[in-house]
Design a protein around this ligand. Structure first.
Ligand code: NAD
Length: 359
């Protein structure tokens, strides 16, 4: 019997290559905003200035730091209050969106998010803040951007390596949603379609980084991935990557991209329905093989050792992850099998070795 409760998040979405500036002006007018704060990292600033050329900006804020340190958040909150801001516009990757969410969390200000990576934060109600090296996350409707504006032109400058890592971060949202704590037949449809779009988009981008259809497909996939993830919640993959990012300071997208095939190999033998959806989305007879084939084409990140993780961190990472693994994870996680998973990911071993794990 299928019994579930599904919550959809209310958000407006405007999609159009080359239309970000026009769409932003229309949204600012529709929301009757008079005092707009634009948040964009210094790298994204020229792009943001171009997008915001047709609106009046009361405050530019460029102090963006990955994982949103609480000091950075407080400075942005104060700046917004001092300037009597009534709308935040964020233009950038997940770090930029994360800062806008931190401001919204305490001020209640609405956000218009204009993403430039495939991280997907723009379509979730999840916020994250880092204090004394500990990253806390939470869920609050107030941080969900009111409107998302997708424009593939803004992603053209994303180098291939970062596009691949970020896109695989999106695929990880989808895969983890297939067995997340609130996985249901609705968010699983989004997850499956998200894998299909991201996988198609990334293939096109790896052939030609300036491919408009590739970039559009990847953005659409990023949105679907985030909607499925926000709805299904964090599964084993996100719990593990949260520990690796928060406690060991590993880079976000690359960590997700590296760990995904290992979590997939760990769970798939115990999750036949997820395996069926994944295989279908990859256009493969086998879910794990479909993911591995895509990763080979994309020359995806392979080993956590390439990002500074070492054998000495495994015990602590396993200990922290074990306290957070959802009870409904398809395979019962324990110290032994999580250690095997992390050791394989550290070295970049063939993920298929985990298919042999015993319970
Ligand atoms: P990021 O925002 O830190 O960007 C990575 C790098 O790419 C930065 O150097 C940035 O300047 C650069 N960049 C961004 N857009 C670019 C472009 N178009 N061209 C060239 N360079 C560009 O990384 P990210 O992976 O987008 O986001 C990671 C952060 O987002 C993490 O803190 C993660 O926890 C958070 N996140 C949150 C959620 C959520 O639901 N709350 C979801 C996903 C990610």
């Amino acid at each position: 019997m299928n019994i579930f409760a599904h919550q959809s998040l209310g958000q407006r979405l405007l999609f159009g290559t080359g239309r970000a500036s026009e769409h932003l002006a229309a949204e600012v007018a529709r929301m009757q905003a008079k005092r707009v704060m634009v948040i964009a990292g210094s790298f994204e600033l020229p792009m943001a200035q171009e997008v915001a050329k047709s609106i009046e900006v009361a405050l530019w804020h460029t102090d963006v730091v990955m994982h949103v340190p609480v000091e950075t958040a407080n400075a942005a909150r104060e700046a917004a209050e001092d300037s009597q801001i009534d709308l935040i516009v964020c233009i950038g990757g997940g770090s930029t969106t994360g800062l806008a969410k931190a401001v919204a969390l305490t001020t209640g200000l609405p956000i218009v998010a204009i993403p430039t990576t495939y991280a997907g934060s723009e379509a979730t109600n999840v916020w994250g803040l880092t204090e004394e090296s500990i990253k806390r996350t939470g869920v609050d409707e107030v941080v969900l951007p009111r409107t998302v504006i997708y424009d593939a032109e803004l992603t053209m400058s994303l180098p291939l390596e970062l596009s691949v890592a970020s896109g695989l971060n999106g695929i990880a949202h989808c895969v983890d949603s297939l067995w997340g704590p609130r996985a249901d037949p609705i968010n699983q449809v989004f997850a499956e379609e998200g894998i299909r779009s991201l996988s198609k988009g990334l293939r096109l981008i790896s052939d030609h980084t300036q491919s408009v259809p590739g970039r559009e497909e990847a953005l659409l996939g990023a949105y679907l991935s985030a909607v499925s993830f926000a709805s299904a919640g964090s599964g084993l993959h996100h719990k593990l990557c949260h520990v690796l990012g928060g406690t060991f300071d590993l880079p976000h997208a690359q960590t997700h991209a590296t760990v995904l095939p290992y979590v997939a190999a760990f769970n798939l033998p115990k999750a036949p329905q997820a395996a069926e959806r994944m295989a279908r989305a990859f256009g493969s007879d086998d879910a794990l093989q479909g993911l591995l084939d895509l990763r080979r084409i994309l020359e995806a990140p392979k080993a956590l050792s390439d990002y500074g993780f070492t054998e000495s961190g495994i015990d602590r990472a396993v200990e922290l992850t074990l306290t957070a693994v959802p009870a409904n994870n398809p395979r019962q996680a324990n110290t032994e099998n999580l250690t095997a998973l992390l050791r394989a990911a550290l070295r970049g071993d063939d993920p298929k070795t985990l298919l042999e794990l015993e319970d």
